[in-house]
Write a protein that binds this ligand. Structure first.
Ligand SMILES: Nc1nc2c(ncn2[C@@H]2O[C@H](COP(=O)(O)OP(=O)(O)OP(=O)(O)O)[C@@H](O)[C@H]2O)c(=O)[nH]1
Ligand SMILES: [Mg+2]
Ligand SMILES: [Zn+2]
Length: 305
């Protein structure tokens, strides 16, 4: 074993919060001091940004995280190999961020809203780059945003270049641990930068095709004071968040909830079953067909997986 990593058994056990993770190394916050770099054991591989941990100083510099304290929740995604990876923990609110270029992927927005529901966290929808709306937004896009408002989500139009919408967003973030999520290049770090005047976040141009370049590489927690925390996270490459079931999926579509109890079958998937109250609500325009269609696509993908 590397001598540097031998824990000083007599050292005090401290509690801190994980700011970020680089491989097996964790950066942990300390009251009134600079954060400390800690190594950790394999079995604590899932410890992530936002986690509360116990750590001890090592005999020769550095420190070791010994224990993960109970979590309120954890946002996870699947890697290409299908193994779950924790992005961040102890989240109160997801700031589900899209932009006009790269274009909004409403099914991904639905996915994040579903994740918020699963985590028992709140969600705010941000559509960034409002300066590009005239050029890129379609009538269907505006309808999609209106639907989210109609079913009770707050939607904020932001322009990270001039700060429009940032003050409104800040009011909604007060007193909570907020994580910016969304695909690469939508401007998560650019928005986060408005809250962090003293440091410079890495921001990168989108490619010619309008795709992000995966600039932010690991989720990082920032303490803004007054119990406001912000986590900037790397843009997702795909739609695979956590493992879904048909039940989790329909729970994520909150506008279905008042109809589900009237479906004939209590295990109704709201797709092919007769006397489905959700489908009837779609037929009667009480549920928007675009959202319902995205639900069906997700359900079919789930069944084919
Ligand atoms: N026109 C316009 N460009 C913006 C706006 N906000 C951000 N950008 C640009 O969009 C590009 C991507 O911004 P980032 O903040 O790096 O995006 P990100 O979501 O953090 O991307 P990843 O870290 O890769 O996930 C940069 O060139 C920004 O300058 C905006 O409101 N309007
Ligand atoms: Mg970024
Ligand atoms: Zn049904």
């Amino acid at each position: 074993m590397n001598k540097q990593n031998v824990v000083d058994k007599k050292a005090t056990l401290h509690t801190g919060q994980v700011i970020t993770r680089f491989g097996s190394e964790l950066l942990v916050s300390r009251p009134n001091q600079h954060p400390i770099r800690c190594t950790t054991k394999r079995k604590l591989d899932h410890v992530a940004c936002g986690d509360q941990v116990r750590w001890k100083a090592n005999l020769h510099g550095n420190a070791t995280v010994l224990k993960l304290l109970p979590r309120k929740n954890a946002l996870t995604r699947r890697t290409y190999r299908g193994t779950p990876k924790t992005i961040a923990a102890n989240i109160d609110q997801l700031i589900v961020t899209s932009s006009w270029l790269p274009r909004p992927l409403w099914e991904l927005v639905d996915r994040y809203l579903m994740a918020a529901q699963q985590l028992d966290a709140e969600a705010v929808i941000v559509i960034n780059k409002s300066d590009l709306a005239d050029q890129h937004a379609t009538p269907e896009d505006w309808e999609a945003l209106q639907t989210y408002r109609d079913i009770g989500y707050t939607v904020i139009e932001v322009n990270a270049l001039n700060g429009d919408g940032v003050a409104e967003l800040r009011t909604l973030m007060a007193g909570k641990t907020n994580i910016f999520v969304g695909r690469s290049g939508v401007g998560k770090s650019s928005i986060a930068q408005h809250f962090l005047p003293d440091i410079t976040l890495l921001v990168n141009d989108i490619s010619q095709s309008g795709e992000g370049q995966h600039t932010t590489t690991s989720a990082t927690l920032y303490d803004l004071g007054e119990s406001l925390y912000l986590i900037d996270s790397p843009g997702v490459r795909d739609y695979v968040l956590d493992e879904l079931t048909p039940r989790k999926l329909s729970d994520g579509y909150r506008e279905f909830s008042s109809y589900i109890q009237y479906c004939r079958f209590n295990n109704c998937t709201h797709y092919h079953e007769p006397q489905c109250a959700v489908r009837q609500a779609v037929d009667e325009d009480k549920i928007t067909s675009a959202r319902y269609q995205r639900y069906v696509n997700a359900l079919v993908n789930l069944n084919n997986a």
